[in-house]
Write a protein that binds this ligand. Sequence first.
Ligand code: SF4
Length: 337
Amino acid sequence: MVDPSGFEAFWFCAYTPLEILDAAGFTPRRLLGDKDGLEEADSYLHPAFCPYVRACLVEGLKNPTAHAAIFVNACDGMRRLHDAWKRLCGSDFIHLLDFPRRNDIHGLRTFQQSLSLLIDELEKFTGKRITLEDLRNAVNLRKEVRRHFHDLSQGSPGSERLKLAQKAQQLDPEEFLKLRAEKPWQAEGIPLVITGNLLNPSGLVALVEEHGVLLVGSDLCNGERPFMVEGEATGDTREELISSLAEQYLRRRHCARMSDAKRRHNQLLHLIREREARGVIYASLKFCDSYIYDYPLAEKFLGNEGIPLLRLESDYQDGHAGQLSTRIEAFVEMLRG
Ligand code: SF4
């Protein structure tokens, strides 16, 4: 049995139920990977593989401290990261959580069972029962983190909002809640929304902004997406609260690994209109099958709505992102004209 206080629980995918890790007494921290050490991952994972996954493995190889690691069975990349991590990174506790692809009653039942299984495993590991009160406190704490993120990010440009979102995912919630707004933002430029999986704020995102773009929305899993939650998880019993939490995760804004592309594209359109954006940058990490399959659908949908769209790809480190300058410049000029 392990005392979880101060024990870090590493997580990787935005579908990780942080409330449960909080309630178990862990300190959850999203790993964003070692972008500069990507080549070191080549001995274990093929180079034509999600660079975020490869960067996370490198970070894990360099981090021999005691930890728990929670993976979500969300895509092939995440499954392979779990397999490699299990063999190479010496976790004290490791768990692969099933997350359904469908947001329907069957998906809900599957996810409720997944959450209960995770809770059972955590209770066995710590020897401590996760009570209704633990869960309620954790739900309230995460609600506060989301509220604080929205307060602090008011009016900030996309790269800053992304950095803040990453802090909210990496810091202990109590630490994040102590952060104060640094300065009032006076950002300007052509308003665009960026959508995709997970991007490097200092790489591609910063490059886009250098071309006179004001990113008014970051529909990314290391951006605003996990903070746009509808409704709150409630319940009078532990089981009711777990069930409500499962529902809340399934109702969230989703990434392209979910089957309901229509709902996702409509939410994106709503975000574009609400933020008065003049177009969309559709940017994703290389080798992400979900986004490769999604792009033609998104292009058609947004095209029918008359929304201009630029497709970009990132290798996460973005050392050569400058090569994309001409395309970004042409897109911005077209919008200006
Ligand atoms: S893009 Fe989707 S599947 Fe991939 S890490 Fe983010 S939330 Fe998880």
